[in-house]
Design a protein around this ligand. Structure first.
Ligand code: FVH
Length: 272
């Protein structure tokens, strides 16, 4: 049952920067929150905000109907979830730890054997954004469990359910992060290049930011040709794209900042 007015019993396992932000959002939303962290001081800091502090991860999981994990990696998730099978049986578990799609599916196989409704999540926000208008979280896996706790999960940011395949949220997550890292790598490289002509990364940011935002608005129009390659209408020839990227590559070398970055882009965007 989704009910925005009923306080739910929720546990948060892992109180790093992100787990702490999640727990605070749940407390602000009026839920009964139990927390556990490997280093106890981080959990005790949340007691003042109204959280119950559990003595072990298993005790925290036993205290809740909805269990949220946000630890370093897949190994840390398994280290705490697998010995607590009895504490999570019949419950909804949301793993907001960043993992690969196959790691999410493998955890799903374990969860299915334990009668656990597993949801994998990918947080598209930094801790300071949690609960704010720009934050969103991708979810996949157990759709009934997601709907049951949707109102709780929406406290973190817009909740986007992307499919029943447990690997789906992680695949969207890493795809989006790939775009982000490509942008930051190009900005860092560009900053070094413009400095060679007396420019600055600050000026580049002011010019590049709005241009990239305009380019981002073209992504939706580009999508149908990727979803249905038979319908793909090429906007720009491979020769044009390759020549443009080669010019950027040559300019990087002329600036004294040679890089493999554009070679990789050329391979990704053209068949040449
Ligand atoms: N911070 C961010 O901007 C990103 C946004 C996108 C999603 N990520 C993922 O969220 C997971 C946690 O990230 P975090 O920012 O909270 O990370 P830290 O502040 O470094 O805290 C790590 C917590 O994990 C605990 N931990 C580590 N290993 C273990 C273990 N073997 N057993 C139990 N807990 C473990 C650690 O505990 P402690 O060091 O305080 O004792 C912290 O609570 C992560 O997957 C990001 O990729 C965040």
């Amino acid at each position: 049952m989704t009910n925005t007015t009923v306080a739910q019993r929720v546990s948060v396992i892992g109180l790093g920067a992100m787990g702490t932000a999640l727990a605070k959002a749940l407390l602000a939303g009026g839920h009964e929150v139990t927390v556990w962290n490997r280093t106890p001081a981080r959990a005790e800091a949340l007691a003042a905000d109204g959280a119950q502090v559990a003595a072990s991860s298993a005790e925290a999981m036993a205290a809740a109907d909805l269990v949220i994990l946000c630890v370093l990696d897949d190994a840390a998730v398994r280290e705490h979830l697998e010995p607590a099978a009895a504490q999570v049986r019949g419950k909804v578990v949301v793993n907001l730890t960043t993992t690969s799609p196959e790691q999410a599916r493998a955890l799903g196989r374990w969860a299915a054997a334990q009668q656990v409704e597993l949801i994998d999540g990918g947080i598209m926000a930094v801790p300071e954004m949690i609960g704010g208008p720009a934050a969103f979280v991708l979810y996949s896996g157990a759709s009934a469990g997601f709907e049951r706790f949707r109102a709780v999960l929406e406290l973190f940011g817009r909740a986007e359910f992307v499919g029943a395949d447990l690997g789906a949220a992680a695949m969207y997550d890493v795809s989006i992060l790939g775009g982000m890292y490509a942008m930051f790598a190009a900005f860092r490289q560009g900053g070094a290049m413009v400095r060679s002509t007396g420019g600055s990364a600050a000026r580049l940011a002011a010019l590049m930011g709005p241009f990239l935002q305009a380019m981002a608005s073209l992504l939706e129009g580009y999508a149908p040709g990727i979803d249905n390659p038979a319908d793909y209408v090429q906007q720009q020839s491979d020769e044009f794209t390759a020549a443009a990227i080669d010019l950027i590559d040559k300019s990087a070398a002329e600036s004294g900042n040679p890089t493999q970055l554009y070679t990789v882009l050329r391979d990704g965007l053209t068949g040449l």
